[in-house]
Design a binder for this molecule. Structure first.
Ligand code: RUB
Length: 296
């Protein structure tokens, strides 16, 4: 396989590249390399092979197949390789820019004095919080550790490195701390958003959203449109990644489970911030029909 496809697939699989947006961008960049280095006559089959490989790297972030499918859609439409390569670059640039637009929109939801809880590590959420801080809003952020891979450490380091007062807690302290610290907003990222408005994100998100919902604390999801699932319109199931038990514990005779994502029902979510504006989770279906017209 040419053009770094195996390397990119391995980096996504081993989580050297992680987070749904970065995974989608890495897939598009890899396929652009395929376009730039393959004969025009073999291009579609090379892209399809590379796309299949990339898609197999991780199953729960829809940004990965969406990104692959969009590049292949472009390749079927645009036969001139140079023009195709430019269009793929435009797509990559749009993906990169969408996070800044979400930061603009999402930071307006943050008020001075907010105590915000976030889970895992989402670049999109991070940019919202940093923008709110840069705009002068004095916020406090609580990060969950996010066992077993501890992505919450990355979030805590990034935010505190930016000057934002940041507290790290173990995952099981979420409910206690939400009450004690009077958390007034929960903000999380997303790996996949279904037509029903249900959101697939890092394992533990659904518990946090349930706690927040029970205390009337708004739960905000920050996600680029590439993370919505057109396949879910037809009821396609999203596979929840089950990672190695080695990440959790080694206790002889004990079965270990390590699901990496969970599904938060739309009724426990208040809004989704996208680069196209804020939507009600129950409007996800029409959002998908509108933004994925190339799919239908
Ligand atoms: C990452 C995770 C993030 C979303 C959104 O899981 O669940 O919340 O991917 O991230 P993992 P972003 O570490 O297993 O990839 O906003 O950066 O796209």
């Amino acid at each position: 396989m040419t053009s770094g496809v195996d390397e990119a697939t391995e980096k996504i699989r081993s989580m050297q590249i992680r987070g749904a947006l970065d995974i989608g961008i890495a897939a598009a960049e890899t396929l652009k390399n395929v376009v730039d280095s393959t004969d025009a006559k073999n291009l579609i089959s090379e892209l399809e092979d590379a796309g299949l490989k990339l898609k197999s790297a991780r199953p729960s972030a829809i940004s990965l197949p969406n990104s692959v499918d969009y590049v292949i859609y472009l390749a079927n439409k645009i036969r001139d390789k140079e023009e195709l390569s430019e269009k793929i670059q435009e797509f990559i640039d749009d993906l990169r820019n969408s996070i800044n637009t979400i930061a603009e929109i999402g930071s307006n939801l943050i008020n001075d004095g907010d105590v915000i809880l976030t889970h895992c590590q989402s670049d999109t959420v991070g940019e919202i919080l940093k923008k709110a801080w840069d705009d002068g809003r004095k916020i406090n952020v609580i990060c969950t550790e996010t066992r077993p891979r501890n992505q919450g450490y990355l979030t805590a380091k990034k935010l505190s490195g930016h000057g934002i007062p940041t507290t790290l807690i173990v995952d099981s302290a979420a409910y206690f701390i939400m009450k004690e610290q009077r958390v007034n907003k929960v903000i999380v990222g997303a790996d996949t958003i279904k037509a029903s408005g249900d959101v697939i994100n890092k394992i533990g998100t659904s518990q946090i959203a349930l706690c927040a919902h029970s205390m009337n604390i708004p739960v905000i999801v920050a996600a680029e449109s590439i993370k919505f699932s057109p396949q879910s319109i037809y009821g396609k199931f999203v596979k929840i990644e089950e990672r190695s038990e080695d990440e959790v514990a080694d206790i002889p005779g004990v079965k270990i489970r390590n699901p990496a994502f969970d599904v938060t029902p739309s009724e426990h979510l208040d809004m989704i911030v996208t680069e196209h504006g804020i939507i009600n989770p129950i409007d996800a279906r029409s959002f998908i029909m509108d933004k994925f017209d190339w799919k239908f």
